[in-house]
Write a protein that binds this ligand. Structure first.
Ligand SMILES: [Zn+2]
Length: 471
């Protein structure tokens, strides 16, 4: 009894101390990162973004952008300050719930202190006004990320950390949100973005294109393409509206290169389940984009990809089908951590092999498998589950990642394997996943514990042999 009384007294004192502490002016700051070991500064903590409303006036020929971004978010803790990721550009003002907020910038963090404490569970609106000419980032692997301009053509390629070059963002795949883009460009230019074109408004000397992405989207998939673009809307047998935006001079070549989009969509819907978004299409700006990118509902392909890599039937099919497969695997079902990049790239690569097999026959599929196996050996890529942060997109995550799925398929059989793919797309639609989620789904569907097999494919320095020794 005495001990209990003493304990009660101690607890009371602690509670009082906590209450005093909470009221004594200590600042409650949201964490400056989202906990990704590869990119510790990316993303932030303390809130969950619900919606971005991005309003940009763009001068494509000269480069400057004038923007406001309204970020609607729910606080997940009490907050005296919180961060957005934002790189470069000049921040003119920040408001929270309509009142001026103090802000400072440290590296990629835009640190915002609202005039009153935000309470856990409350929804709040942050309005950031900014201007300047966005500058792309140069990543460790030599790629260029973010907002990019070539002549009077603009495109964005954000994966993994380029989004912060053009809008203030909680730049982590874990915080998906809906988006509206209002992009004003001079007469003669077209602005394409993710989702559905809701409005096209004549606006003084230019036009405002209003795009709405109503399904949740990871920030690295946010996309804008601006240029003298022509719209092509081919019929799709599956009923998914396709709108392609091609640079004027590339329209004929691109129309030809993407003619099979509807057929691939139909095959994927049949194989993986419903298409997860309202529309699909590609943007082909008149620029060298390095590679292609699976921006949600609007994959990006550059002049270089269309003119060079899509001239042979297999290359053409691989590029087209790879980015389209990402709409299910990567965009709708998204990695939780960048170290699991094989969940994006291994899946999309394997899906493109499936399409090649479906459209060109088993020998063509087998060739993809054996070519990949040879490439993994000759190129000495690291194991796909250990992709280094500074070489995230090395060939191993594609080829050996895809071979990992093939090893699973050869072990569990086609029926279980395709049920795994369909369940993966359905159960985790618009969500985030880890390798452990995949291993447990394989076990759930197939009844087999493939933990050791998947581990050896993902993490062993030497690539295992395919089960049964065959293709
Ligand atoms: Zn990919």
């Amino acid at each position: 009894m005495v001990r209990l009384a003493a304990l009660t007294m101690l607890l009371t004192v602690c509670a009082l101390l906590l209450a005093v502490c909470a009221g004594c002016g200590s600042k409650l700051a949201g964490p400056a990162g989202a906990g990704d070991p590869y990119f510790p500064q990316m993303g932030n903590g303390g809130y969950d973004v619900l919606d971005y409303n991005i309003d940009l006036t763009v001068d494509p020929a000269a480069g400057p952008v004038d923007g406001t971004v309204l970020v609607r978010a729910a606080a997940t803790q009490d907050l005296d300050s919180f961060d957005l990721d934002f790189v470069g550009l000049h921040v003119k003002s920040v408001q929270v719930d309509g009142r001026a907020a103090r802000f400072e910038r440290k590296g990629q963090e835009l640190i915002i202190s609202p005039p009153v404490r935000l309470r856990a569970g409350s929804t709040f609106d942050t309005l950031v006004a900014y201007s300047g000419t966005p500058q792309p980032l140069h990543a460790a692997d030599g790629s260029i990320l973010g907002w990019q301009r070539s002549g009077d053509t603009i495109f964005t390629l954000d994966e993994p950390e380029g989004a912060a070059t053009w809008f203030p963002v909680n730049d982590t795949p874990l915080d998906k949100a809906t988006y509206t883009f209002r992009i004003t460009v001079p007469e003669g230019y077209v602005a394409a973005a993710n989702g559905v074109l809701a409005q096209n408004i004549a606006n003084g000397a230019g036009q405002t294109f209003v795009w709405q992405m109503k399904e949740p989207m990871a920030s690295y998939l946010a996309a804008v393409a601006i240029g003298k673009l022509v719209l092509k809307e081919p019929q799709d047998p599956s009923g998914v509206p396709i709108r392609n935006y091609f640079a004027e001079g590339l329209a004929d070549a691109a129309t030809k290169a993407f003619a099979s989009t509807g057929d691939v969509l139909a095959y994927y819907i049949d194989t993986f389940g419903p298409y997860p978004f309202e529309s699909y299409g590609v943007a082909v700006p008149d620029a060298d984009t390095q590679g292609a990118m699976e921006n949600q509902t609007l994959s990006l392909f550059g002049r270089n990809v269309v003119e060079k890599d899509m001239t042979d039937p297999t290359g053409d099919a691989i590029f087209l089908s790879h980015e389209l497969a990402h709409q299910w695997f990567g965009d709708s079902v998204t990695l939780a951590h960048w170290s699991d990049i094989w969940l994006n790239e291994g899946f999309a690569t394997y899906c493109s092999w499936l399409w090649i097999g479906h459209s060109q026959g088993k020998a063509a599929f087998d060739k993809q498998v054996s070519d990949a196996r040879d490439a993994v050996v000759s190129q000495k890529w690291p194991a796909p589950g250990k992709a280094p942060a500074n070489d995230l997109f090395n060939g191993g995550v594609y080829d050996r990642g895809a071979l990992t799925l093939h090893a699973v398929r050869l072990t569990v059989g086609d029926d279980a394997f395709f049920r795994i793919l369909r369940t993966w797309a359905d159960r985790y639609r618009y969500k985030n996943v880890t390798t452990a989620d995949f291993v447990s789904l394989v076990q759930e569907i197939s009844g087999k514990d493939l933990h050791a097999l998947i581990d050896s494919w993902l993490y062993d320095s030497t690539m295992p042999a395919l089960p049964g020794g065959g293709l």
